[in-house]
Design a protein around this ligand. Structure first.
Ligand code: ARG
Length: 270
C-alpha cells in the first residue's frame, strides 16, 4: 500500500475524476490509515511503498504489479501520467529480493484488471489493459487467463466490477452490467453461484473490495452487499474511503496483494 501523501485530482483519466472538485488530502490520508489499521486488526501484514511527488495516483497501489505464486508481473500503464509508478513498484520488489520481476510488453494495469481465483487469472480489458494482456499474463504465470471485456466506462477496471470472495472455493461477486454479453456468459459458466451485485452497490465502488476468504473489506456505502455476504458466511467490514473515490478508487485499488510461492516442504526426500 502507498500513502496518499501526494494525492490530488489534476487530470481526469476515468469518469470518477473531476479536477474541479477539491480534494482534502489530510482526510484522504486519515482514511487510508484507517484501512491500514483495519487490515492489521484482521491480522494481515501491510508493507508500504514510498510515495513519490508528482505521482498523484500512486495511492492506488493495486495497479502497479500483479503477484501470483511468488512471481511478479510489472505493470505498463495506459496513461503517461502513471507510467513512473510501474518503475517504482518493480524497484520495490527487486530491492526486497523478489527474483522474478517481469516487465510486460502489453499494457496491463496490474490488479486493477487482473483478479486471481484458485484456478484462474481473470483479466479485464476494454478501457485500460490491452486485450493482449491476458495471453501475456497466462504465459508468464502459467495459469489460465480468462479475458473479460468491460463495456461501461464507469467500471473501467475489472476491480470496480468484480471481487474475489474466496479464491479456493472460486467464489466471486460481480456487477453483470459492466461486462459485454459474451463475457457475462463466461462469468455465468465459470461462477454459476456467484453473488450478483446491484448497479447501486457497484456505483459506490462496492465491488472494489478485498477478501481474505472470510472478512470482506468493502466501501461501507455498499449497503446492499452486507446482508448477502453474511448469508454466505462472510464477515463484511465497512471502510470509509470517500476522499479516494474522487480519484476513481476505493479499498481494492489501494491494496496490492502479495501472493507468495507455495511453501516447499522441508522434509528431505527418502
Ligand atoms: N485515478 C486512478 C486511475 O484512473 C484510479 C485507479 C484506481 N485503481 C483501481 N485499481 N481501479 O488510474
Amino acid at each position: 500500500m502507498c500513502p496518499p501523501e501526494h494525492f490530488e485530482v489534476r487530470y481526469a483519466i476515468n469518469p470518477w475524476m473531476d479536477p474541479g472538485t477539491p480534494v482534502d488530502r489530510a482526510r484522504a490520508l486519515a482514511q487510508w490509515e484507517g484501512l491500514v489499521a483495519c487490515y492489521r486488526a484482521l491480522g494481515h501484514t501491510v508493507d508500504v511503498l514510498d510515495p513519490e511527488p508528482g505521482l498523484a495516483d500512486m495511492v492506488y497501489a493495486a495497479n502497479g504489479a500483479t503477484v501470483v505464486g511468488g512471481r511478479v508481473l510489472g505493470a505498463r500503464f495506459a496513461f503517461a501520467e502513471r507510467e513512473p509508478e510501474a518503475v517504482a513498484h518493480r524497484a520495490w520488489f527487486t530491492a526486497r529480493g523478489w527474483a522474478d520481476v517481469g516487465v510486460p510488453v502489453q499494457v496491463n494495469e496490474g490488479e486493477g484488471d487482473f483478479a486471481v481465483t484458485g484456478r484462474w487469472l481473470l483479466a479485464g480489458h476494454g478501457f485500460r489493459s490491452s486485450p493482449l494482456a491476458p495471453a501475456e499474463a497466462q504465459e508468464y504465470f502459467g495459469r489460465p487467463a480468462i479475458g473479460l471485456e468491460l463495456v461501461d466506462p464507469r467500471f473501467y477496471h475489472l476491480d470496480t466490477a468484480l471481487a474475489v470472495l474466496d479464491a479456493e472455493r472460486e467464489e466471486v461477486v460481480y456487477f453483470p452490467g459492466a461486462f459485454s454479453p459474451g463475457s457475462r456468459a463466461v462469468l455465468a459458466a465459470l461462477f454459476p453461484d456467484a453473488l450478483l451485485a446491484s448497479e447501486a452497490d457497484a456505483l459506490v465502488l462496492g465491488l472494489n473490495a478485498v477478501s481474505d476468504g472470510r472478512h470482506v473489506v468493502l466501501p461501507r456505502e455498499a449497503r446492499g452487499l452486507f446482508g448477502p455476504l453474511r448469508e454466505r458466511g462472510f464477515d463484511p467490514v465497512g471502510a470509509e474511503l470517500g476522499e479516494l473515490v474522487k480519484g476513481g478508487g476505493s479499498v481494492k485499488c489501494c491494496t496490492q496483494e502479495l501472493r507468495p510461492a507455495p511453501v516447499q516442504s522441508s522434509v528431505p526426500p527418502p
